[in-house]
Design a protein around this ligand. Structure first.
Ligand SMILES: Nc1ncnc2c1ncn2[C@@H]1O[C@H](COP(=O)(O)OP(=O)(O)OP(=O)(O)O)[C@@H](O)[C@H]1O
Length: 547
């Protein structure tokens, strides 16, 4: 074959460089092939979970070619028999390893992967870059009976706040009502022990390393918190780092950490503040009976809430404001005594029967701080509470208080409670007041808890900035009576504290002004925090008002 020249003028000819063109084309095709092979390799490695399924399908095809369909029927019968006996012997493990994995796979492919690009685009979570789109990467889907937990990688240029804002859109787009967004891993790193623990710990360090670009979405398919949670069994010995109080949205038991912290429970009237208190007391009941825990209770509502469990309390007041102030001042004195014993030896008190954990339970703290008519007693109470809240946690004197109104004007010492629980609230603004700024935006919709959701609350779980929804167990009156009869507190044997209790505020006769007790470094007592001093000043001023 005669090749035609590339350029053919009458007097000027250039022949085409065919060998060069063929070489370039071949190199280009080889390069594309290599890229495709690498991509296929990455795909196969990334989807390693699908290997057994692919192998099984290939095997099934081969078996069918060689022996026909009856071997398949036999395999199906054997599988059904094995599955059935597994289900019979251990339903939990069968559900965990077979049913939930199948559901996860199905929902991953059918619900999430199929609609992923569309939903991400419509919810405004796709980024545009260099003329193309960057879509968040779906990494895994894990289902429980009530929830779907998705792990995804955000595109560059996003942070978890964007996902918090889009949470409701995401929930409705994927056909659920609630979606919670978490910016940190939801399950703790497993504790390793045994010979190979060092190796497993090394692996865990890589596996559970901090991944700031990962976001965890939890879609609530079925609300498990619509049902009342029955009282949980009383632990034989209370573990103050994990007291079982109720149920979480993912059906795990909600464990509460009552270690060196004070607790403020906020909730509108009849939303179940009592059930939080009784669930807590139930989890402490064995410790109450052994004397490891002493509960001092104040019920300003005349005993309407707490009187029913009277035998559980080492000290109890419900009728006399002055005795309530005495009780709190005695708690301060006990705290001071411990301060002297522990000074220079330990930074945190460890409860023992001789030096028990003292839990001061106050059913309606607003009645003591804002609505109490006697300003002198109110000042004493505010002062004692301020001291307990600012210094008592590490010394094993804790305060657990409930309030209907979390505003600062009503609960002046609110900021001194490190742990907060938000039950159903009447106002949107109360959510952030209780759980901290931005809590509502991060998913704590406590103002949207329906009236039927008594005992449902938003709480902050250990180490997670996003609030979680839980339901506290409902401890009915009969159960409380039974509990009080079974776990009564032993009589108080503790001698009166060696350290003098805080001087009580006095009204100087004549002028009508109240003297606020302010401990000075000279008296050996740490100063009150400024926020509390302001509150005390406010009380003193109100108290001196002749009207
Ligand atoms: N965890 C719960 N689960 C189901 N129902 C509950 C729960 N807690 C409380 N209830 C129901 O709600 C009613 C009110 O509960 P509770 O007295 O604890 O509310 P409260 O917030 O303490 O009320 P108040 O503001 O009057 O002190 C109870 O009588 C009970 O019927």
């Amino acid at each position: 074959m005669v090749r035609a020249p590339l350029v053919n003028f009458r007097r000027f000819q250039i022949s085409a460089p065919w060998p060069l063109l063929w070489t370039v084309t071949a190199l280009f095709l080889l390069f594309r092939l290599a890229v495709a092979v690498v991509r296929l390799g990455v795909f196969v490695v990334r989807h390693w979970r699908a290997w057994p399924a692919v192998a099984l399908v290939l095997l099934a095809v081969n078996v069918y070619r060689a022996h026909g369909w009856w071997l398949h029927l036999l395999a199906a019968v054997v599988l059904a028999a094995v599955g059935g006996s597994w289900w019979w012997r251990g339903r939990d493990s069968f559900h965990r390893h077979v049913v939930l994995r199948a559901v996860s796979l199905w929902r991953r492919l059918w619900v999430y992967r199929r609609q992923w690009h569309e939903v991400m685009s419509l919810c405004g979570l796709v980024k545009k870059y260099d003329g193309g789109e960057v879509v968040p990467t779906l990494l895994s889907v894990r289902c429980s009976y009530a929830t779907d937990e998705l792990v995804l990688r955000m595109p560059k240029g996003q942070n978890p706040e964007v996902w918090h804002k889009a949470a409701r859109d995401l929930a409705y787009s994927f056909g659920t009502r609630h979606c919670r967004v978490f910016s940190t891993r939801r399950h703790p790193v497993p504790h390793r022990s045994g010979r190979l623990a060092w190796l497993l710990r090394l692996v865990d360090r890589v596996r559970f390393r901090d991944r700031p670009r990962h976001v965890w979405l939890v879609f609530i398919r079925r609300d498990p918190l619509t049902r009342i949670v029955a009282p949980l069994p009383v632990p034989a010995r209370p573990d103050f780092t994990a007291l079982p109080l109720g149920l979480r949205e993912d059906l795990a038991v909600y464990c509460f950490r009552l270690l060196a912290t004070h607790v403020l429970i906020g909730g509108a009237t009849r939303m179940g503040k009592g059930s939080v208190i009784w669930s807590l007391l139930r989890s402490l009941a064995a410790g109450i009976r052994s004397g490891l825990v002493r509960v001092w209770a104040i019920d300003p509502k005349g005993g309407m809430e707490l009187a029913i469990g009277r035998p559980l309390f080492s000290r109890y007041v419900d009728d006399d404001w002055s005795r309530m102030a005495d009780l709190l001042e005695d708690a301060v004195a006990r705290m001071r005594a411990r301060q002297q014993i522990l000074r220079g030896k330990a930074r945190v008190h460890t409860p023992t029967v001789d030096e028990p954990l003292i839990v001061v339970v106050i059913d309606e703290i607003a009645a003591l701080l804002a609505y109490l008519p006697d300003s002198e007693i109110r000042t004493r109470i505010t002062q004692a509470l301020g001291l307990l809240l600012s210094q008592g946690a590490g010394l094993g004197v804790l305060v657990v208080a409930a309030t209907q109104d979390p505003r600062k004007e009503v609960v002046s010492v609110r900021d001194l409670f490190p742990t907060r629980i938000a039950l159903g609230l009447t106002e949107r603004g109360h959510v952030d007041l209780l759980l901290g700024d931005g809590a509502r935006e991060r998913g704590a919709l406590a103002d949207q808890i329906p009236l039927s959701g008594k005992g449902v609350a938003y709480v902050l779980l250990d180490g997670q900035p996003e609030p979680a929804r839980v339901r506290f167990s409902y401890v009915a009156d009969d159960v409380i009576r039974d509990m009080a009869a079974t776990f009564p507190a032993p009589p108080e044997t503790q001698p009166e504290p060696a350290v003098q209790s805080a001087p009580r505020a006095r009204t100087s006769t004549g002028s009508g002004r109240h003297t606020t007790y302010r401990p000075t470094p000279k008296q050996g007592a740490p100063l009150l925090p400024p926020s509390l001093l302001n509150a005390l000043d406010l009380n003193s001023t109100n108290g001196s008002d002749p009207r």
